[in-house]
Ligand binder design. Structure first.
Ligand SMILES: C[S@@+](CC[C@H](N)C(=O)[O-])C[C@H]1O[C@@H](n2cnc3c(N)ncnc32)[C@H](O)[C@@H]1O
Length: 323
């Protein structure tokens, strides 16, 4: 096993035995649902950097896989939407984390009438070689784990998620990204990598890896600040901002003209006609913004039509749109 992977196991063994409130997690509010009580120890062990639990992905009791279980908070949240025996599978490589998670789920079952521990199937396993059957999962999620992986291992981890998803299944990620480029000496620091502080890659590289594996649709749903690597502390030329993104990638067939990547862009037609038709399947009604993927956005810009406005990426895509 590569040294950074064994350092990662040591880091999370410790984080399982002694909750570390400042590790990884952002100050984003924890999702609350009616009738759901999250035990305080689970909150202390929230080692995520955003949320992967979105009700709009979770209709019809999806079979859910969650890789890198931490204290179990998101497993509990997912099981809120699928209350069947083994409806949610949690996989983790660290025995102590699986034990801590199991203990927290037991507390959760005492604090939540609706919850039964049998809803969650905890399995020992590695994100790089998932103990899960092909095409058996509707929603596969990971929060603040894949950023730790080297380029080759990240590709492997994403391919594993692709393998286990059913057609049209959804991969939901919450992970740090960094557009500034983190110096090699920090990238090669196993401990910093394990702490989710130096493995982050640029968002566009991350999206290219996801689409390169075959996901036909990608939604960038949120992007916000995560950490600053300070110039003084890390002996850098300038401070480095690490951000956190929430992405949903759908196992749709790859369109002939390439993937549809939604980054929060819109197009608005404001000319004299009732609507504008680009003759490629997109009709824009006057003054009604349409969410567009980057491909459609660029095609519309290339028309140089002065009655069309195409907005830049907000990285906060909220559904609907051109494809
Ligand atoms: C930063 S924590 C995130 C925990 C959880 N997702 C959350 O949001 O609180 C990383 C998790 O991944 C687990 N982990 C580390 N390496 C792993 C691997 N190779 N395969 C599966 N899980 C791994 C750790 O034990 C830990 O539970």
């Amino acid at each position: 096993m590569q040294s950074y992977l064994s350092t990662t196991i040591d880091v999370y063994k410790e984080a399982a035995e002694t909750p570390n409130v400042g590790l990884c997690c952002t100050t984003s509010p924890v999702w609350a649902f009616p009738g759901l009580k999250i035990p305080s120890r689970m909150l202390e062990m929230n080692y995520g950097c955003g949320s992967t639990v979105h009700p709009r992905d979770l209709v019809n009791e999806p079979k859910t896989l969650y890789v890198g279980v931490g204290g179990g908070m998101e497993l509990l949240q997912f099981s809120y939407f699928n209350r069947n025996a083994k409806g949610v599978i949690g996989v983790d490589v660290v025995d102590e984390m699986l034990d801590a998670c199991q203990g927290n789920l037991k507390i959760a079952s005492k604090e939540n009438d609706w919850f039964d521990q049998s809803f969650i199937d905890l399995r020992k396993g590695n994100a790089l070689d998932l103990p899960i059957e092909d095409q058996s999962i509707d929603v596969a999620a990971q929060n603040c784990l894949f950023n730790i992986f080297s380029h080759e291992d990240l590709q492997k981890a994403l391919s594993e998620m692709y393998r286990v998803l059913k057609p049209q299944g959804r991969l939901i990620l919450s992970d740090p990204v960094c557009d500034q480029g983190i110096p090699e000496n920090l990238r090669n620091d196993d401990k910093l990598r394990a702490l989710c502080l130096s493995g982050a890659i640029p968002l566009s590289d991350y999206i290219n890896l996801i689409t390169g594996i075959g996901f036909g649709t990608v939604e960038v749903r949120a992007k916000y600040p995560y950490r600053v690597l300070s110039q003084n502390e890390y002996n850098l030329e300038a401070n480095i901002l690490i951000e956190s993104v929430e992405i949903c990638a759908i196992k749709d067939p790859m369109p002939d003209d390439g993937p549809c990547v939604f980054t929060g862009r819109s197009a608005i037609y404001y000319g004299v006609d009732e609507f504008f038709d680009d003759q490629k399947g997109h009709i824009l009604f006057k003054n009604q913004p349409l969410a567009v993927c980057d491909k459609t956005a660029n095609d519309l810009i290339n028309l140089s039509n002065e009655d069309l406005l195409v907005t830049p990426s907000t990285f906060h895509y909220n559904g609907g749109g051109c494809c």
